[in-house]
Design a protein around this ligand. Structure first.
Ligand SMILES: *Cc1c(COP(=O)(O)O)cnc(C)c1O
Length: 402
């Protein structure tokens, strides 16, 4: 796996701010998951590409055997561009237009519907196209309220209590339901809660006779620092496999077990490198101001995620307390009162867990360029996205004098 010295060298080679992804770690996580469910004959991992959508990362996952979980037509198109065949892609949108769902279905991609009105409309218009339904089991799987999506007031999925209505639509339209799905949101702290939600899905599955797959979504929690709780994938694998195999017998038909992890596959593989522009002592703290902001990494400000930060230019330095902030003209605090090896202006700070929902949420706020991205593989850094240039900022803008 990548070492601190490699990161220092990459920051010198490609410049900061920079995203680096360790291919070996992505492979490691992919194999961890498939090993945990090795006893399931038909296992399908659909990488939730909204976490990190660089086409070289997609290609890497494709070569590992992964499928793709997508939430927009554009993600589907990127996936096809990266070489995924339509049968390896599932489309799990929320609140998109009917036209978008139609366009994706026409590409031959499995669609997943999470709304009764859309289900009825789609089933009426395309009774022969198989559809998966997203069920909301109303289970609180823990995590931040922005990323916990299975609870009672969530906008996601069709309520488990509305199964009779789903069945009525299926009967009326003669449509074919080939899968059912749940995604209880990010950060499952307790696998018992996950297994409980799975029971609800098994129960729902019995109502449909022609299923090909059961999709348990994702929400696996990853550690952000040493000692953090993480989803025990191996334990979940053991328990859910047993339950799944028993259910398959009961159901009387072979089923595919599907997952769609984002964070689990790529979070820990990512590093974000930024240069310290200024150190500012105030009456209450020492600020380290870096050449970045929430335009490049918004998670700490958006939902309070705690990325660990190291000073890789002075890893053995005496530790002191810092508040790490960005250069955006708005408060953009990455971390408050963090213990970091002594920082000098010009040092490179390294943010961990920067693989998922980091670059993919980056913007051009303050008219800054989005960072470059590098994929580390076989001891070498491969540039997979150039740093933006001034031309990129002007592209699509039209200067008129009216
Ligand atoms: C975002 C999302 C995922 C991935 O969630 P992670 O917490 O990153 O694993 C999976 N399924 C659906 C439907 C999603 O929207």
């Amino acid at each position: 796996m990548i070492q601190t010295t490699d990161l220092v060298a990459l920051s010198q080679e490609f410049g900061n701010p920079l995203y680096v992804y360790d291919a070996e770690k992505i492979e490691f996580q992919y194999k961890r998951l498939t090993n945990a469910f090795a006893k399931v004959e038909k296992l399908r991992i659909n990488y939730a590409m909204k976490a990190l959508s660089n086409i070289s990362v997609l290609k890497l996952l494709k070569n590992l055997g992964s499928g793709l979980d997508t939430v927009s037509l554009q993600e589907v198109q990127l996936g096809l561009h990266a070489g995924f065949t339509p049968d390896k892609i599932i489309f799990t949108p929320n609140g998109v237009s009917f036209e978008e769902i139609e366009a994706v279905a026409k590409l031959g991609v499995q669609i997943n519907i999470d709304n009764l009105s859309v289900l009825e409309h789609f089933g009426t218009k395309y009774p022969t196209v198989p559809v998966c339904i997203r069920i909301n089991p109303h289970v609180m799987a823990g995590g931040n309220e922005n990323i916990s999506v299975g609870h009672i007031d969530s906008k996601f999925g069709i309520s488990i209590y509305q199964i009779p209505h789903i069945l009525r639509i299926v009967e009326n339209t003669k449509m074919h339901i080939n899968g059912i799905h749940m995604h209880t949101g990010s950060d499952i702290l307790d696998i018992e809660v996950f297994l409980y939600a799975a029971e609800i899905l098994f129960d729902a599955a019995k109502q449909f006779q022609q299923l090909d797959f059961l999709d348990f979504g994702s929400g696996f929690k990853v550690p952000y620092k040493k000692g953090d709780i993480e989803t025990d994938i191996e334990e979940l694998g053991k328990k859910l496999t047993k339950r799944f195999l028993a259910f398959e017998k009961e159901y009387g038909r072979e089923l595919t077990l599907a997952f769609e992890p984002g964070k689990f596959l790529v979070s820990e593989a990512g590093y974000f490198l930024a240069t310290v522009n200024v150190i500012k002592q105030t009456t209450s703290t020492v600020f380290a101001g870096i050449d970045s902001g929430f335009n490049h990494l918004i998670r700490p400000m958006f939902y309070g995620s705690q990325h660990s930060i190291e000073n890789i230019s002075n890893p053995k330095g005496k530790e002191r307390f810092y508040t790490v902030v960005g250069y955006i003209c708005e408060t953009d605090t990455f971390a408050s009162n963090r213990r970091i090896a002594e920082i000098h202006e010009g040092d490179t700070l390294c943010f961990r867990n920067a693989g998922a929902y980091c670059f993919s949420m980056a913007s051009n706020y303050n008219s800054r360029f989005k960072p470059a991205e590098v994929l580390w593989k076989n001891g070498k850094g491969h540039l997979i996205r150039q740093r933006e240039t001034f031309e990129d900022l002007l592209q699509n803008q039209i200067m008129v004098e009216v």
